[in-house]
Design a protein around this ligand. Structure first.
Ligand code: SF4
Length: 458
């Protein structure tokens, strides 16, 4: 749950990076940072909070350079602390390096212990710092050391690295997290989602392929592949929930995928009669439109979202989470009174948000609530960078379908089947482990420690 961006060979690189972090803000609101390269050096600034809190015009001016990378963070490994904000910047025997990481390494604690046994001193508690240390400890030149480091790490990583001379972007061989390449004039751009390219008027070139490293120097790109011995496992949850609908992710339009998910759910809920279909905003909107078109049941806005409250899942305690739902989503009484509604959402994690929403719809006079979820039940934690809670806190891991329905307080509850979700998402090469427990990498005790920090709330 992080967003990364980088632009090489552009005189306004810091400003463009700053703007692009706004387009990626949904991927992390805990900290933001920019590092830029100028005259053989790297300058950087990081801070806690959203991009607008962290940067002022003066700060950006101080970061002027020929290339820059940026990062927005939501922590999955390592605490919420300024020392964990990225880009991480370190002086190594290859010179100064800045690194931004989206994903979660599954063997980070083993690597960290080995490096500490060899005398390495870590400054943060993130898994990302292990990558910098591995590069620093590499035996060959920078390129060889980087490839060696990437061969040693396992799990999910989309990376952007800046040196005073070049920018590097890499994606893990299983391709868990998205990473795309764009072009703006003579400059190459890399970023988590194409929405950042659109914002700065850069054109989309292609995905950085799973297992690919691109080295970009003065507008010239060189591509290197690291050996791939595992099947590609793109995170299907990026398409279902996490990415922005105006992005292309894994080569698919996120909005189209969500509409297809809604159409598939309408097929599977054919027997349910209702007066209207309404989304849980904002992420449920495209799916509810797809559902409405397929079922011919009118689409209605039954909940209005306040955009001035940050995401509910950054609330620290249960009590505060529930208050936050009230603040954020308010029912439109005149649309709901006496109506039978189909309520569309993309997922249920703990069930507390859905329960609160159902309660407020009832209070607004809704007669029947039939809830449709455009993914299967989430039964297991994610180890690859989405901050789901530990399995014990996942409602579908603990309760039957009817017990979940009763807990939420709806008249019926329907989850989209796994087969239909995968088909709507584009067919194959997906990780679906949080729905199936079929993890595409070995699981271990270390991973159990990594998983389940548990901020994600739906
Ligand atoms: S476990 Fe779930 S959230 Fe994590 S990468 Fe796989 S599909 Fe995505």
């Amino acid at each position: 749950m992080c967003g990364i961006f980088g632009i090489e060979n552009h005189p306004d690189s810091a400003h463009l990076t700053y703007l692009s972090l706004f387009a990626l803000q949904h991927r992390g609101q805990e900290s933001a940072g920019i590092a830029s390269a100028l005259n053989g050096n790297i300058n950087f600034h990081t801070g806690m909070g959203i991009t607008s809190d962290v940067f002022s015009e003066k700060r950006i001016e101080k970061l002027s350079g020929v290339s820059a990378i940026g990062h927005v963070r939501y922590s999955t490994t390592g605490s919420s602390h300024i020392k964990n904000a990225q880009p991480l910047v370190s002086k190594t025997r290859h010179g100064v390096l800045a690194l931004g990481h989206n994903g979660n390494l599954t063997n980070a604690s083993i690597i960290r212990k080995n490096l500490e046994d060899r005398g390495a001193i870590f400054h943060s508690s993130t898994d990302s710092e292990a990558i910098l240390h591995l590069i620093a400890h590499g035996k060959g030149d920078f390129e060889e050391s980087l490839i060696e480091a990437l061969k040693a790490i396992e799990g999910a990583y989309s990376l952007v690295i800046l040196t005073p001379e070049q920018m590097i972007a890499c994606r893990d061989p299983q391709g868990f997290r998205p990473l795309v390449l764009g072009k703006l004039g003579e400059s190459y751009v890399v970023t988590s989602e194409t929405t950042a390219l659109s914002l700065i008027k850069a054109s989309y070139v292609r995905e950085i392929e799973p297992g690919e490293i691109v080295f970009i120097k003065k507008g010239i790109l060189k591509s290197v592949k690291i050996p791939i011995d595992k099947a590609v496992s793109r995170c299907v949850f990026e398409l279902v929930y996490f990415s922005r609908p105006d992005s292309l992710v894994f080569g698919k339009g996120v909005q189209s995928v969500r509409q297809a998910l809604g159409r598939a759910l309408a097929q599977e809920m054919k027997g349910v009669r209702a007066d209207l279909v309404m989304p849980v905003p904002d992420s449920g909107v495209p799916a509810a439109l797809g559902f409405s078109r397929e079922s011919q049941i009118p689409f209605e806005v039954g909940l209005v979202r306040s955009h001035y409250i940050s995401r509910t899942f950054i609330r620290p305690s249960q009590a505060l989470r529930e208050i936050a739902v009230d603040l954020k989503l308010s029912p439109v009484k005149e649309a709901l009174k006496g109506k039978k509604v189909i309520l569309i959402d993309d997922s249920i994690v703990r069930g507390t948000t859905s329960r609160k929403i159902a309660q407020s719809l009832r209070e607004a006079g809704t007669r029947e609530i039939h809830m449709g979820i455009t993914s299967p039940p989430i039964i297991s934690s994610c180890y690859y960078g989405i901050d789901t809670p530990k399995s014990e806190a996942l409602i579908a891991n603990q309760r039957s379908l009817d017990e979940i329905r009763q807990f939420i307080g709806v008249d019926s509850l329907h989850y989209l089947s796994l087969e239909a979700m995968i088909e709507a998402a584009g067919g194959s090469h997906f990780c679906d482990a949080c729905f199936t427990k079929n993890y595409p990498t070995p699981t271990s005790d270390q991973m159990m420690v990594v998983a389940g920090k548990g901020g994600l709330e739906r």
